[in-house]
Design a protein around this ligand. Structure first.
Ligand SMILES: Cc1cc2nc3c(=O)[nH]c(=O)nc-3n(C[C@H](O)[C@H](O)[C@H](O)COP(=O)(O)OP(=O)(O)OC[C@H]3O[C@@H](n4cnc5c(N)ncnc54)[C@H](O)[C@@H]3O)c2cc1C
Length: 469
């Protein structure tokens, strides 16, 4: 490792390579609950530097773990086999806007919120909006095919990428796509790379497509006295002829956790479930469209509608949703966040399963998420110092996946498989499907040096939160 370290120091700028214990330990975790120490941290600032790092990793037979901001909830960037963490967070300011093409080139470390801000300064919008956008990087978003609330109307990250620059496992630089909206020349390597979780190639540049920014928005909060009815409301709204930009959900436990530290005017904690709906478009259309939503929901039993009177109230109502993630840690220090996705019609059935699992395992199991596209975040809040609680959580996670798959859903809507969901991959794919994906990995990274230990389970691997002594 010492020889590799010296070679990396020669290849990169001064101060961009480290093996200090304090640095290594800062890169040993992400927003999930795993912890693995790397051997070396590299912070490249150009494609040439990434190429040098990849070539050295091949020469010294050491794995590479690409990393953005480490907000992954699936253990995506964790260096499970040690080796090099390739931290892109300092390469955060190569940005070129092609205003008249409605496109933008970005380096991998650019923070998602900065892309939103720059697009908006041109009267444009970059739609994907993961709730972590103030800290997540575009590289991490691309590798996870990140979603977010606005994806209901606009689609996910892959729908807004027209070109990529990729450093391959052997250190070649390839370009996929370009700067045109349409491009069917050859295989669509862009789409293959997006969502590949850093296991097939390293993304060093992306060309993003922007759209005109909608003129205005309008928000309503719908409070339900029954969790399952709130699930039914989603299909009703989507079939009313209006497509909201966002439909988010929070169960009573989430709302209660937020209000206990952050009271918000007009929002009470007596509802079993709350939907937040946002419409965007022309102000005149929004008035009429919101009336349709109001009438549709008021026809449902036990539904109270609050339409925000102005921007101030709208942002207060959205505050409830924004604060859920930090607020629910009041239930315990360890958060196991899942992001199953089910067909929208199956949301009510999924909610019934969640209620059953909560009661059966007697856990703090809360649900929030992007109800409009069926992507729900059941979160188990527990304490990793209590093995008996973790055992129950392990079983509850397996039950959540089982319920989702039975309803035609999937293991992950947007957080990726990473480390923690790979034991369940054979529940969703059969042998042939898994062999096909493994074949792609083998062809593009034959020596398994890019983010090894992710997506594909080891033989007989099962989900374990607590190891028996
Ligand atoms: C509070 C909170 C809210 C969240 N909300 C959402 C949400 O609404 N929607 C959503 O989709 N996700 C959400 N997430 C999950 C997470 O923020 C996303 O997965 C995000 O895309 C990760 O970005 P990152 O920069 O932190 O990447 P990291 O966590 O550092 O890495 C994620 C993956 O990307 C790979 N990677 C990073 N950069 C590159 C690169 N240049 N080339 C190749 N591979 C690379 C890594 O190896 C890893 O597999 C949330 C997380 C938190 C903590």
């Amino acid at each position: 490792m010492e020889e590799l370290f010296v070679a990396l120091q020669d290849a990169l700028k001064k101060g961009h390579v480290s093996k200090e214990v304090a640095d290594l330990s800062s890169y040993s975790y992400d927003a999930s609950f795993g912890e693995y120490m790397p051997d070396i941290i590299c912070q490249p600032m150009s494609t040439d530097e990434v190429v040098k790092i990849v070539k050295l990793s091949n020469q010294f037979d050491v794995p590479i773990y690409p990393r953005g901001s480490g907000t992954s909830l699936s253990g995506g960037p964790l260096p499970v086999n040690g080796g090099i963490v390739l931290d892109f967070s300092r390469w955060d300011n190569d940005i070129t806007v092609y205003e008249d093409d409605l496109m933008m080139d970005v380096s991998p470390g650019v923070i998602t919120a900065k892309i939103h801000e720059i697009a908006e300064s041109y009267g444009l919008m970059y739609p994907p909006d993961p709730s972590s956008s103030s800290i997540s990087t575009i590289g991490g978003n691309l590798a996870e095919n990140a979603g977010g609330p606005r994806c209901l109307k606009y689609g996910v990250t892959k729908d807004y990428v027209v070109g990529l620059e990729i450093v391959t496992a052997n250190g070649d630089v390839i370009r996929s796509g370009g700067r045109t909206v349409k491009n069917v020349t050859g295989y669509d390597m862009t789409k293959l790379m997006i969502g590949s979780e850093g296991t097939l190639g390293i993304i060093t540049k992306a060309t993003l497509q922007l759209i005109p920014k909608p003129i205005d928005t309008k928000t309503a909060m719908l409070q339900f006295d029954d969790f399952v009815t709130s699930g039914r409301a989603v299909s009703k709204i989507l079939r009313s002829g209006i497509l909201p930009s966002k439909i988010e959900i929070m169960d009573k436990y989430c709302v209660d956790a937020v209000l206990s530290t952050h009271p918000i005017e007009h929002v009470t904690n007596d509802a079993e479930s709350v939907l937040l709906v946002e419409l965007d478009g022309h102000p005149l259309a929004l008035e009429a469209e919101m009336k349709v939503i109001e009438e549709t929901c008021q026809a449902l039993p036990g539904c109270k509608v609050i339409v925000a009177r102005d921007k101030h109230q709208a942002s207060e109502l959205w505050e409830v949703r924004k604060l859920v993630s930090p607020a629910i840690v009041k239930f315990g220090p360890t958060k196991i966040s899942e992001d199953t996705s089910v067909p929208v019609s199956q949301i009510p059935e999924f909610f019934k399963s969640i209620e059953r699992i909560r009661q059966e395992f007697d856990l703090n199991l809360v649900v929030f998420g992007h109800a409009g596209d069926g992507n729900l975040h059941p979160n188990i809040i527990t304490d990793k110092r209590k093995p008996e609680e973790l055992k129950k959580a392990e079983q509850a996670v397996a039950e959540i996946f089982k319920a989702s798959l039975k309803l035609g859903g999937t293991l992950s809507g947007e957080h990726g498989i990473g480390l923690f969901k790979k034991p369940f991959m054979y529940n969703e794919f059969d042998e042939a499907g898994m062999a096909f994906m493994k074949g792609v990995k083998k062809a593009l990274d034959p020596n398994n040096r890019l983010n090894p230990g992710k997506i594909f389970p080891d033989e007989n691997e099962r989900f374990v939160l607590v190891h028996d002594e």
